[in-house]
Design a protein around this ligand. Sequence first.
Ligand SMILES: Nc1nc2c(ncn2[C@@H]2O[C@H](COP(=O)(O)OP(=O)(O)OP(=O)(O)O)[C@@H](O)[C@H]2O)c(=O)[nH]1
Ligand SMILES: [Mg+2]
Length: 464
Amino acid sequence: MDPTRKKVKITLEETYGERQASTRFICSLFSLPVPPANIHGPKEDATAFSGGSIPEYLEHGRVQKLLLFGLEGSGTSTIFKQVKFMSKSKFTVDEVQNIKRTIQRNIYRYLSVLLEGREHFEEEALMDKGTSDLERENPSPGTDGSRHCIYSINQRVKHFSDWLLEIIAMGDLDAFFPAATREYAPVVDEIWRDPAIQETYKRRGELHFLPDTANYFLDQALEISSNEYEPTERDILYAEGVTPSNGLASLEFSFDDHSPMSEIYGEDLESQPSWNKYQLIRISSKGVHDSGKWLEMFEDVKVVVFCVALSDYDLEWTRGDGTSENKMLASRDVFESLVRHSSFEDASFVLLLNKYDSFEDKINQVPLTVCDWFHDFRPFRLRQNNQALANQSYYYVAVMFKQLYASITGKKLFVWPTRALERTSVDETFRYIREVLMWEEEKKRMYCMADDDSYSSTETDFTP
Ligand SMILES: Nc1nc2c(ncn2[C@@H]2O[C@H](COP(=O)(O)OP(=O)(O)OP(=O)(O)O)[C@@H](O)[C@H]2O)c(=O)[nH]1
Ligand SMILES: [Mg+2]
């Protein structure tokens, strides 16, 4: 069972005491940190988030700043959008119009990636076929004399394909967009359903720049291309390019005051600190690269939330200078540079290991050891299902990051698995972050008391 599901099951079935014990046991087994009172798991009801009037609490300086970072494609904008929906902040009419255009434009981009991939796969397949025909001295042309394979398309589609690829290569799509492209919606729909394109889509892992959600939009090409189309919440969540990709986005939110967290402090609500207002600041990966100066602005950040796509362990990443490296290693390097940054000396770090769903799908096909950093990973048993293997691999990756973090700071790194496309997962994540914040504040308070010599020393140490 994967850790996310375990968490939900724990919430539903176990009593608080049992849960604390089992969570602590699992965490100590894998050397993972656990907050002291992981009281209640996620509520299904995402409305537990509620928007608040910002200026007054900014004034009182009670906003807890959370900084969200991650390498390109790690899922930070998806998380940001989820929080925006959960906090009930609305997109303006203009923003929705822009999102609509972006989604309509993205369809052409996805199609062009598929068409280009198709050309490549066709060439490759025909070459292989040619070689094997030669070996058998038995060439096998199609009925019209030309050669075919599963990636071949008819002349009409080929015509459109050449036209679209040329336009996109010249950067001219905007000249045809949106009016002219609307006319082509039926062709786009036809091409997407073409067997050659569907075969190409099956090999999407080999295509760059094709997100997991491309099929979601291509399936609806006709509706999306119409004038009347209004993006749904899910469309906005899945769409790329909604959150600025090279800038900074900020959002304020709060948890509702009747949340389970208040129970940590029992009946004594008077002494409960006001930690329920948050500002989430997302800096895009481009921002991270040329952000030395920006980072100085974030000295008062309480938590750095660093997002890594778990399923990146076998992917290549092209740096600005054109050289490439494993994407997990690239993420690790960015993580390390943030951990070492003087602005975050006093901040806590929460590592989100995102795309747990893709990770679970991939882990039985591609061994974790393809990433050099994980070369000595040895699963307990060789024959096991995806979930169990994903679970073990997740803990291994978490521990690698924890060791790295501890070697630099001497502190504990908090780690959490996420599936950013699922709202309950993001809700659960922010509840966890809130617990981390409270735990850290409480720890500081305890240390202060210990300094005053008014507190027994053994109880100050509640690191797991
Ligand atoms: N399967 C899966 N896909 C995800 C998950 N989180 C995000 N994605 C997808 O991954 C792609 C990249 O996610 P983004 O949220 O745009 O990532 P980002 O960190 O904002 O990256 P940039 O926008 O490139 O800076 C999008 O197509 C998302 O829909 C997840 O948990 N599982
Ligand atoms: Mg994005």
